[in-house]
Design a protein around this ligand. Structure first.
Ligand code: TMP
Length: 208
């Protein structure tokens, strides 16, 4: 007997929007419902993922095109890796919850280089799966910057208010353009009410 395919849920948001907290809460909720959950993130732990983290932290310098291409390579590996790739885990009956996916490439790299090129590389790639649901945690870039300032020890290359404002606008354009299942959740309310809304959205697609 083969396991029923799990659901593929992506969590997106600006740096400092509280994704990590909400990812963990969602995983706990689905596990309590008796579902198998696999948490993953981009950039991944692949060699390309390591190079991406160095570039994001400002250790090495990469052009926006180099970054966009590297994210695509990392994302293909993330899908097809036979050990614990997204396809493999979904096929084994796990719900896969992924911290960032192609929406981030379209929003971040798409703001800095040719948007149509970034979009085509990701959306037309036969080895990059479309998620069942994307949850966007929406937070004012100014509040994101305050949170980043108090939480982090290293500054990533995109962590500037003007950049985050541009990226947020780009996210909204993408959601309007793409035919994906996306829900935008305002994260200004308290953590518990946001978590309840995130779980409700996931429950809609994770029916037993
Ligand atoms: P995070 O670990 O806090 O989510 O940060 C990852 C950073 O990587 C964040 O600044 C956004 C950036 N990023 C891109 O620019 N493009 C991408 O495709 C992905 C997955 C992440």
């Amino acid at each position: 007997m083969t396991a029923e395919r799990g659901r593929f849920i992506v969590m997106e948001g600006l740096d400092g929007s509280g994704k990590t907290t909400q990812l963990v809460r969602l995983a706990k909720h689905l596990r309590e419902r008796g579902r198998k959950v696999y948490l993953t993130a981009e950039p991944t732990v692949s060699t390309t993922g390591g190079m991406l983290r160095d570039a994001l932290g400002g250790v090495t310098r990469k052009t926006p095109c180099e970054l966009a291409a590297m994210f695509v390579l990392d994302r293909i590996f993330h899908n097809v890796n036979p050990v614990n790739g997204i396809n493999k885990m979904l096929g084994s009956g796990y719900d896969v919850i992924c911290d960032r996916y192609y929406y981030s490439s379209l929003a971040y790299q798409g703001s800095e280089t040719d948007f149509e090129w970034v979009r085509a590389m990701n959306i037309n790639c036969p080895e990059i799966r479309r998620p069942d649901l994307c949850i966007f945690l929406d937070l004012d870039p100014e509040i994101c910057m305050k949170r980043i300032g108090s939480d982090r020890t290293t500054t990533e290359i995109y962590e500037k208010k003007e950049t985050l404002e541009r990226v947020r606008a780009r996210y909204m354009d993408i959601f309007a353009q793409l035919d994906d299942n996306v829900i935008v959740i305002d994260t200004a309310p308290d953590i518990d009410s946001v978590a309840a809304e995130v779980c409700r959205a996931a429950d809609e697609i994770c029916r037993d």
